[in-house]
Design a binder for this molecule. Structure first.
Ligand SMILES: CC(C)(COP(=O)(O)OP(=O)(O)OC[C@H]1O[C@@H](n2cnc3c(N)ncnc32)[C@H](O)[C@@H]1OP(=O)(O)O)[C@@H](O)C(=O)NCCC(=O)NCCS
Length: 174
């Protein structure tokens, strides 16, 4: 499985992947009115896809932290400015390809890229997303706070906020 930068040509396949994950896992919780904008929002600074024999089987992105709901918790937990943070988001693995290390590889790809840019990763995750929570915790992410998110669905979302492990090459960071 090849992990490579996402291009505009991947959009339809990424939406298809997101639909499979939505139906299987309830992520995203509410199917967005504009799925293209959800999987590739304006705040998305970089994104990668996992491709296997021409099929998109995974996706992960980094979003700017500046306007992100996780920012207050992330700042408090890390003592970093928005420019020194990145939000890991839109992590999706094809339901037929789970527990084969793909999620781990996608997360590493995004966090390594962020670390090279001097950014530490943060994320929010719906409290019911047990598989994702187990994945982050297995990879050393630390729960630092909670928040309530109004995404325009019938109910608000209760989220945990996590910070990623300190990148190996950022000495002195908290
Ligand atoms: C979360 C997700 C990306 C994990 O993808 P994956 O490719 O299955 O993960 P990996 O195979 O790399 O798992 C890495 C480790 O995480 C843990 N883990 C992953 N899925 C788990 C699960 N369902 N239950 C418990 N632990 C799990 C394990 O420790 C695993 O290592 P192991 O298989 O050697 O025991 C995938 O389940 C997914 O797409 N979920 C739905 C979308 C979602 O919730 N995205 C996050 C939104 S914030």
């Amino acid at each position: 499985v090849l992990i490579r930068p996402k291009t505009a040509a991947d959009e339809a396949a990424c939406i298809e992947l997101m639909r499979a994950v939505h139906l299987t896992d309830g992520y995203p919780r509410y199917w967005p009115a504009d799925p293209g904008r959800f999987v590739t929002p304006p705040a998305q600074s970089s994104a990668w896809v996992a491709e296997e024999a021409g099929t998109i089987v995974g996706h992960v992105a980094l979003h700017d932290a500046g306007q992100d709901p996780t920012l207050p918790a992330a700042r408090a937990a890390t003592n970093r400015t928005p420019d020194e943070l990145a939000v890991l988001a839109r992590l999706l693995v094809d339901p037929r390809r789970r527990r084969a290390g793909l999620g781990r590889r996608l997360i590493a790809h995004a966090t390594d890229s962020a670390a090279r840019a001097g950014r530490r990763c943060v994320l929010d995750v719906v409290k019911e997303s047990i598989g994702a929570i187990r994945t982050y915790e297995a990879l050393g992410w630390r729960r630092v706070d909670e928040l309530t998110l109004d995404v325009g669905g019938p109910a608000v979302l209760q989220m945990w906020v996590y910070v990623g492990p300190v990148p190996a090459d950022s000495s002195g960071a908290v």
